[in-house]
Design a protein around this ligand. Structure first.
Ligand SMILES: [Zn+2]
Ligand SMILES: [Zn+2]
Ligand SMILES: [Zn+2]
Length: 251
């Protein structure tokens, strides 16, 4: 199984439009962050987590030729608004992509993008996706997938565990009942946003506190804003590092 960080940036992306701060002006390619997303490659199949606003550029950059399933974490726009970029894949493969998320997430996405799920007969637009609600562990292409309920400010989001790796983006707290789902991890990718606290996201210290309870072998902090310079990785405790676009893990 291979995991690729498609995007490591918060909802604005980095650089942020109109900003001339040191990180937005940085020449380090690690400081160029597209909107948060993950690719899971298993047995020749590609699963993506969320359809980020930057999906098209991410797919071109990583040479993705097909998408076989989508897992949605929640319905915030930065995680969903690239959904139309599936159309290019559909022109080639003509497949309807199964997508998965909790009830509230799928209802919100189907409500906002009805033509993606039903098509538009009148204009010859075929449906691109088929929605599935998830409640517990399931298998996709031989990979065991465990949804991990997370608190994300005023709403719930879903993290996902893939065998011994977990991807927990967009969370401000991990419910006690979700910790047992995170035992024995080789790799944890977790929301850490920035240094200063935020209502809807872990900031770096809060993420590290959760990491100390989960005790994965390796930790990668993602969904980063322009407060975070990749160059400051040395400030993190051993075993933790900042995500960057294109970061790849062979598991
Ligand atoms: Zn900036
Ligand atoms: Zn969010
Ligand atoms: Zn987000």
């Amino acid at each position: 199984m291979k995991l690729v960080i498609l995007g490591s940036g918060t909802s604005t992306g980095v650089p942020m439009v109109g900003c001339r701060c040191p990180v937005c002006s940085s020449s380090d390619p690690h400081d160029k962050r597209s909107r948060t997303s993950l690719l899971v490659e298993t047995k020749g199949k590609n699963i993506i987590v969320d359809t980020s606003t930057d999906l098209r550029q991410q797919a071109l950059r990583e040479g993705i030729e097909h998408i076989d399933a989508v897992l949605f974490t929640h319905s915030h726009s930065d995680h969903v608004n690239g959904i139309d970029d599936l159309r290019g894949f559909h022109f080639i493969h003509r497949n309807i992509v199964p997508c998965y998320g909790d009830d509230a997430t799928m209802a919100a996405i189907v409500g906002r993008f009805p033509y993606i799920f039903k098509g538009l007969e009148v204009e010859g637009y075929a449906p691109l996706m088929e929605a599935h609600s998830i409640t517990g562990r399931f298998d996709l292409f031989g990979c065991s997938i465990t949804p991990v309920p997370l608190q994300h400010g005023y709403l719930m989001s879903t993290g996902y565990r893939f065998n011994n790796s977990a991807y927990l983006t967009d969370c401000s707290a991990i419910p006690d009942s979700s910790f047992p789902l995170l035992d024995g991890l080789e790799l944890l990718i977790i929301d850490a946003l920035r240094y200063s606290p935020h209502e809807n996201h872990f900031h770096i210290d809060a993420a590290l506190k959760a990491v100390a309870r989960i005790r994965p072998k390796r930790t990668v902090l993602t969904h980063l804003t322009h407060e975070v310079s990749h160059n400051d990785s040395f400030r993190l405790p051993p075993g933790s590092e900042f995500a960057y676009d294109g970061m790849t893990f062979e598991l």
